[in-house]
Design a protein around this ligand. Sequence first.
Ligand code: ADP
Ligand code: MG
Length: 484
Amino acid sequence: MSYTIEGRTGTWEIVVGLEVHAQIISHSKLFSGAATTFGSDPNTQVSLVDAAFPGMLPVLNHECVAQAIRTGLGLKAQINLHSRFDRKNYFYADLPQGYQISQFEHPIVGKGAISIELQNGDVREIGITRLHIEQDAGKLLHDQDPTKSFVDLNRSGVALMEIVSEPDIREPEEAGAYLRKLRQILRYLGTCDGNMEEGSMRADVNVSVRKAGEDFRTRCEIKNVNSIRFVMQAIEVEAARQVEIWENGGEVDQETRLFDPGRGETRTMRSKEDAHDYRYFPDPDLLPLVLEQAWVDELAANLPELPDDKRARFQAEYGIAFYDAGVLVAEQAVADYYEAVARGRDGKLAATWVMGELFAALNRTSNTIETSPVSAAALGKMLDLIADKTINGKIAKEVFEDMVETGESPEAIVEKKGLRQVTDTGAIDAAIAAVLAKHPDKLEEYRSGKDKLFGFFVGQVMKETKGKANPAMVNDALKAQLDA
Ligand code: ADP
Ligand code: MG
């Protein structure tokens, strides 16, 4: 175990399980036809169902169910053909129904797993306990008026997936890797945009500590953490707090806590003694959810290629390293770009250019792959010019910079600037002769045994040809002349 806390009484290990709420991508809400667009004016996307008017009945959104199944399949999880909706009863001003429709005993998705990769290259499996579908609540606005609070019901009834992990996570880094991987899978599947700043993905972080070999101890749950960095920080400070309590002879109370990133501490929100007072019962307005295997199979057949599979295929098909393949599949759009460049070309060279010059240029010009000033087709064309020896690798960098700046094609730039590689043996020989004439002393030294000067001559000849000579030909011709 790499991450532990050294206390006065011995070594402690951290135990973490994450409950992630992921907003399902769908045009309308889970049980109503209201829209789900982020950032709309308050209460403009609220149907009578979402506002819980008397007599309104929920109608299940078929697409939301499909999205949950796709996600389950992407998590290599059990899809339960029979599941059920339950009411989770509680009172809060942002919840007009007085209950949230969720799935308690019979979730739509059962056990699955996510494999994560750590900095040191270790790969670990983190178990998924379940995934269920539920409604989101509204939002209270406390900062609009000095004496009143308002409620915005736009989010009320929006479809969420709650994805629960096993308590398999042992350190902050693993929690971060798990969330990044989960987000990547959701984005590939197109089932959640994973945007934590907009709240479409948020995590409840369950933390406990124990001595090696012990059973699990009492956990605390840190609610609604909205960035991966904060999740990692929250685990660290919460674990330290619990170690302190145990070592001072106290008991950790099971409770719900909040993470305050400003102060770097967690604080009590409510004690969890009332946790089982939700009075769950099957929602009488909804039939049990029964899926046909044929539909699940059809969704499975139409699943996109997932990041782990794509990574393995990139390694095999394009001969690139595990690490590089991981970088290239991190985002679907980058993977598509890379593949458009690499297909039918030298995959390793394509990877070098995409991860090197292209990423640097995107960074420098504040672009993303989607707004790249150089298209995959144009970069591919440039690699073709290297392959057919129209330009050498060094000149290619100059051509590429020009492509970034002007958006012109590599062929046009080569012509415009006269960058065509010199492969004419006569011209190369002439350049060599000029260099040798300029450096008789160096020639003398070389011939009397100072072999290292060969590199110097190559450099001078390249300079003489303004970098345009074919380096392999310069090498051969130079050898021939020097050793003559
Ligand atoms: P609840 O629904 O009351 O939050 P669950 O049993 O569903 O409780 O567990 C919720 C989360 O807590 C899961 O992600 C699980 O992995 C995690 N968990 C359970 N026991 C522990 C523990 N002792 N330490 C840390 N995490 C835990
Ligand atoms: Mg919980």
